[in-house]
Design a protein. Structure first.
Length: 248
């Protein structure tokens, strides 16, 4: 045994893998004494995900030594999509090269998932100073992104001292969402200086749709012509995305 973990809600693992698949088809999951970690960039190097899940998130977490588990996320999720109200036990033996998933609910199921020999890309920590930090509800961002995608491929974020604005425009029309400090969806807003930046909805749609299942709020950080940082507040861990700015 190299890794063994158990958790009461199997759907949480499925939702985590779905959120990673928003950017990458394959993932190197690092398991060590602290928990699980994934840091990866999409093939075009426009977006990055930085995920950590503390061992305290699991009912049981045992690991003999640090190890890397390579998964084809699309194929893995085909097996896991039908998870219901079940508990989960996951085992990985490096010598066997397969992931064993045991599900217990109304009846017991056992899934065996082949792993991949992947070499994780070395990604240095990002150290970026942002001018805007806002905390909004995930439902607000999800609706805004979905609406914006009906008219454009780009979503622009603007911020002033007391207002956060998200807008998109195209041949089919324009959409503007304004959140001020009286808005229920805007939980916090800190602005060093007014700024604006645009980002691809191709990435935003997939990220927000999947990650919103894990967190009720999201922290946004951005500056003019700098990446957008999305920090979804998950229990016992972190799920952070960076998206490069769209330059016309």
């Amino acid at each position: 045994m190299v890794l063994r973990l158990t958790m009461a809600d199997a759907k949480t693992l499925r939702n985590i893998l779905t959120s990673l698949s928003a950017l990458v088809d394959e993932a190197c999951i690092i398991a060590d004494e602290d928990g699980l970690k994934v840091k990866a960039m999409d093939p075009s190097h426009v977006a990055m995900v930085d995920f950590e899940w503390s061992k305290s998130a699991f009912e049981e977490f045992e690991v003999d030594k640090p190890t890397t588990i390579g998964l084809n996320l699309e194929e893995t999720l085909k097996l896991l999509r039908r998870m219901g109200d079940e508990s989960l036990e996951l085992n990985f033996d490096e010598s066997v090269g397969k992931l064993e998933v045991k599900l217990s609910g109304r009846y017991k199921r056992r899934l065996t998932i082949p792993t991949l020999q992947l070499t994780g890309e070395e990604i240095p920590p990002l150290k970026i100073e942002f001018d805007v930090a806002a905390k909004i509800t995930s439902s607000c961002l999800t609706r805004t992104v979905a609406d914006a995608a009906t008219v454009s491929d780009i979503l622009r974020f603007k911020a002033t001292a007391d207002k956060l604005i998200m807008e998109a425009s195209g041949e089919l029309g324009e959409i503007t969402v304004e959140l001020d400090k009286t808005s229920e969806a805007l939980l916090d807003l800190q602005v060093k200086q007014s700024c604006s930046a645009s980002y691809s909805l191709t990435f935003l749609e997939d990220i927000v749709k999947s990650a919103s299942n894990l967190a009720g709020t999201v922290n946004l950080e951005f500056s003019t012509d700098k990446p957008l940082k999305l920090n979804f507040e998950i229990l016992q861990g972190k799920l952070v995305y960076y998206i490069a700015p769209y330059v016309e």
